[in-house]
Design a protein around this ligand. Structure first.
Ligand code: PMP
Length: 433
C-alpha cells in the first residue's frame, strides 16, 4: 500500500494549482476529510467543534439527505426546461414560506447568483440603475453582487472601486457606528435620506436597496428599531424595490424568526437565499412578486442549467423536511439563547469582550481593547482563534476590523457543544489576554 501523503505536501500541491486568491483558514490548517453533525475530523482522527459552517445547516454528512440525493442521482438529473415534480414542489414550498404576494421563485446555484439576479430584476422592473447598499456589506462575487459589496475585510479596495450606480450608506452598526444604541434608527435613516436626496438631484432615478435585514456581515447585529420600515418607505416612495439578502441569516437560523426581515416587521419585494437551503449543495433562490419576476422577460427568458434541477430540488425539499422534522429552528432558538447567556457571562469576566451580538445561532462576539473607545482587538482575536483551534474549535476572525467571532454553527448544535465552546473560549481568553 502506498504511504499516505503528508498533509503539508498536499497543501503545497494545492498552492501550486488552486489559484492564489482562494485562501484557506489557518497558517497550518488541519486536513479535514470527514464531518458528522457539528463536528469535523482531521486525518489524525482529531475532532473539532465546527462553529463557523453556516452552509451546513443540518450538520455534516446528514444520512437522510445523503440517501435522498443518492436516490435522485440514480433516477434522473436534468434541467428545469423539462417537466418533473420536484421543481414544482420545491417552488411551492418556498413560495409558501415567503410572505403573501411573494409567489414567484427563481432557482439558481449560489447566493452571489441570487443577489445578481435580484439586482437585475430591480433594474428590469424599474428601468433604473442606481442601487443603495450598506457599508460593511458582502453580497457575493459576481459582477452585480460584488458591486454592492463594500466590506473591506473581503476586499481592501472596496470603497474606492465601486461603480457609479452603487450608493453605499452608513452601516447601521449600533455598536460602533456614528449613532449608538437601538434607538438610533432615526439618525441612520436621516443619513440614508441624504444619499437618496443626492440621487434625486442627479435625476436618473432609483432601482432599489439591498441589505441583510439582520446585519450578519457586521457580526449578527440587529438593525436599529424601525430602520427598515423607514428606509423601505423612502426607497419605495422613489419607485425602488427592496431586496432582503437572507443568504446568511434567514431560513430558521435566527431561531426566534424564520426570516431576518421579521425582526424588523417589514416585507421585502425580493428575498434572496442560498447557503443553508442546500446544506452545502450549490443552491440559491430568488423569491419575489409575479409582476417583478415577469419584468425580466423584457430581457429575454431566464435559464440556469443546474438551477432547480431534479437533484437540486430534491436537496432543497429534503433540507426543508429535515429542518421541520428535527425542529432545527426551535433548536437554534433554545441552544442559541443558552449559548448567548453563556457568552454574556464570559463578558462579565473579560473586558476584552465588548459585546455579544445576534440572535439564535447567528451570534457575534466582538473584542475591543477598551469598552469606551471600542479600539478593535484585532491581534487578540487572531490569537484567540489560533488557541481555539488547539482546543478543538473551528472559529475565525471576521468583520471589517477582524475583531468579531461570528458564531454560526450547524443548527443541530447541542447544548453540550455550546457549553464546550464557552469553556474553550474562556480558556483561550485566559491564555491569550
Ligand atoms: N450574501 C451574503 C450575506 C453572504 O454572506 C454570502 C456568502 N458569504 C453571499 C451573499 C454569497 O453567497 P455565495 O458564496 O453562495 O455566492
Amino acid at each position: 500500500e502506498a504511504p499516505r501523503e503528508d498533509s503539508a505536501a498536499l497543501l503545497a500541491r494545492r498552492e501550486a494549482h488552486f489559484a492564489g486568491p482562494q485562501k484557506h483558514y489557518y497558517e497550518i490548517p488541519p486536513q479535514i476529510e470527514r464531518g458528522w453533525r457539528e463536528f469535523l475530523f482531521d486525518m489524525e482522527g482529531r475532532a473539532y467543534l465546527d462553529m463557523v459552517n453556516n452552509v451546513t445547516m443540518l450538520g455534516h454528512a446528514h444520512p437522510r439527505l445523503t440517501a435522498a440525493v443518492e436516490q435522485q442521482w440514480s433516477r434522473l438529473n436534468t434541467n428545469s426546461r423539462f417537466h418533473y415534480a420536484a421543481v414544482t414542489e420545491f417552488s411551492e414550498r418556498l413560495a409558501a414560506l415567503a410572505p403573501d404576494g411573494l409567489d414567484s421563485v427563481f432557482l439558481v446555484n449560489s447566493g452571489s447568483e441570487a443577489n445578481d439576479l435580484a439586482i437585475r430584476l430591480a433594474w428590469a422592473h424599474t428601468g433604473k440603475k442606481n442601487m443603495l447598499c450598506l457599508l460593511e456589506a458582502y453580497h457575493g462575487w459576481t459582477l452585480a453582487s460584488d458591486a454592492v459589496s463594500t466590506s473591506i475585510a473581503d476586499n481592501p479596495q472596496a470603497l474606492t472601486t465601486r461603480p457609479d450606480w452603487v450608493h453605499p450608506v452608513v452601516s447601521p452598526n449600533t455598536y460602533r457606528g456614528p449613532f449608538l444604541g437601538p434607538d438610533s434608527g432615526a439618525d441612520y435613516v436621516a443619513s440614508v435620506t441624504t444619499v437618496l436626496e443626492a440621487i434625486d438631484e442627479k435625476g436618473d432615478g432609483l432601482a432599489g436597496f439591498i441589505a441583510e435585514p439582520v446585519y450578519g456581515n457586521a457580526g449578527g447585529i440587529a438593525l436599529p428599531d424601525g430602520y427598515l420600515t423607514d428606509v423601505y418607505a423612502a426607497v419605495r416612495g422613489r419607485g425602488g424595490l427592496c431586496i432582503a439578502d437572507e443568504v446568511q441569516v434567514g431560513y430558521g437560523r435566527l431561531g426566534h424568526h424564520f426570516w431576518g426581515f421579521e425582526q424588523q416587521g417589514v416585507v421585502p419585494d425580493i428575498i434572496t437565499i442560498a447557503k443553508g437551503m442546500g446544506n452545502g449543495h450549490p443552491l440559491g433562490a430568488v423569491i419575489t412578486r409575479r409582476e417583478i419576476a415577469e419584468s425580466l422577460e423584457k430581457e429575454g427568458y431566464f435559464f440556469s442549467s443546474a438551477g432547480g434541477s431534479p437533484v437540486s430540488s430534491v436537496v432543497g425539499l429534503t433540507v426543508l423536511d429535515i429542518i421541520r422534522d428535527e425542529g432545527l429552528q426551535e433548536n437554534a432558538r433554545v441552544v442559541g439563547d443558552h449559548l448567548k447567556a453563556g457568552l454574556a457571562a464570559l463578558m462579565e469576566r473579560f473586558p476584552l469582550i465588548g459585546a455579544v451580538h445576534g440572535t439564535g445561532l447567528y451570534l457575534g462576539v466582538e473584542f475591543v481593547r477598551n469598552r469606551e473607545t471600542l479600539t478593535p482587538a484585532t491581534e487578540e482575536t487572531a490569537d484567540i482563534c489560533d488557541r481555539l483551534l488547539d482546543l478543538g474549535v473551528i472559529m475565525q476572525p471576521t468583520g471589517d476590523h477582524l475583531n468579531v467571532l461570528k458564531i454560526k454553527p450547524p443548527l443541530c448544535l447541542s447544548a453540550e457543544s455550546a457549553d464546550f465552546f464557552v469553556k474553550a473560549l474562556e480558556k483561550a481568553l485566559e491564555d491569550t489576554v
